[in-house]
Design a binder for this molecule. Structure first.
Ligand code: SAM
Length: 313
């Protein structure tokens, strides 16, 4: 199967419209995936592109897809929060544009062996980088009741967080929880039957999402990226961020609003202490979401939200 058949890029036209790669220059795709966005950026005139992904399988497929662009493309296996390190390796001081699209690729969701989905049985892994870090099964084995409850409540906004955490802690006394179907069934039993019969989503949806975010430190990655990226945008440099989770969208919204007021401080600083106050303009006041025509082709675009800014000075 070709890379382009394994994942349909979301909000593609909108991303290209904001990044304006026809201006030329150097671009970063921090979440390369199957390279749908990256290919469009190159096709529309970017001089060079640095693509990062923590998933080596995605990176290999992206490399095949982008091979025709030769030396214009630089690919690295790594996390997007570390982007300054990769720019320094290339000797790049600044960027004409940057994109992160921080969901899972369809290829990851659809591979039972990666453990992201409860729709098929597989090992409870959920690591985007299958070579490093702790799997979801390891977290379920080692975290305390309080830690599990807090992860489910915070990252999953799970109303039954305490009940599910307690069920996990009980279960593991006798049986290790190592498969996606085991966890899905355990969560299902924490919900009343009537709820299960009428709910729109599977009861395990929030638990799987929360664990995935914990396994991959997804909010930590976003926080580090947002703290650094504007300094690397050149005048008229563009940034696009696509999120699939309300917590992430809120972080992006708040950061972009702060930048548009001339402040690059991290969110926990009450009074601005920035040395530089670049002018940053919001390219959209509200997040851009997929139109009906896109949703008809790609239901996974349903929860995608795109926000974009331009650094003016
Ligand atoms: C939604 S897909 C990106 C799809 C891509 N835009 C395309 O057009 O094919 C997200 C990708 O980002 C990668 N990813 C997620 N978090 C990452 C991180 N912190 N650093 C690097 N890659 C990450 C995932 O492994 C996945 O391949």
């Amino acid at each position: 199967m070709q890379a382009e058949d394994r994942h349909i890029p979301v909000l593609l036209q909108e991303v290209v419209g904001f990044l304006e790669p026809w201006r030329g220059g150097r671009f970063l795709d921090g979440t390369l995936g199957l390279a749908g966005h990256a290919e469009a950026v190159l096709e529309h005139g970017a001089d060079e592109l640095l693509g990062l992904d923590r998933d080596s399988e995605a990176l290999a497929l992206a490399a095949e897809r982008l091979a025709a662009y030769g030396p214009r493309v630089h690919l690295r296996h790594g996390v997007y929060a570390d982007f300054p390190k990769y720019l320094a390796e290339l000797g790049w001081q600044s960027l004409a544009g940057a994109l992160i699209d921080i969901g899972l690729s369809s290829m990851q969701i659809d591979s039972p062996c990666r453990g992201f989905s409860f729709l098929a049985d597989g090992p409870l892994d959920m690591r985007m980088d299958a070579q490093s870090g702790q799997s979801a099964a390891e977290l379920l084995r080692s975290l305390s009741f309080e830690q599990l409850r807090d992860i489910l409540a915070r990252f999953g906004e799970e109303p039954n967080a305490a009940k599910i955490a307690r069920a996990i802690v009980q279960k593991r006394l006798t049986t290790p929880i190592t498969s996606t179907s085991q966890l899905a069934q355990l969560v299902e039993q924490c919900y009343p039957r009537q709820w299960r019969e009428t709910a729109r989503n599977h009861p395990a949806t929030r638990t799987f999402q929360a664990l995935r975010m914990a396994v991959n430190d997804e909010l930590g990655q976003l926080e580090r990226f947002l703290a650094a990226i504007v300094r690397y945008l050149e005048p008229d440099g563009r940034l696009c961020v696509i999120t699939f989770h309300s917590l992430e969208d809120r972080m992006v919204k708040q950061a972009m609003q702060r930048w548009s007021r001339g402040c690059l401080c991290p969110p926990y600083v009450d009074h601005c202490v920035c040395a530089h106050h670049p002018e940053v303009r919001l390219l959209c006041k509200k997040p851009v979401q997929a139109q009906a025509s896109e949703l008809a082709r790609n239901s996974r675009a349903r929860s995608a939200k795109l926000r974009a800014v331009a650094r003016l000075t």
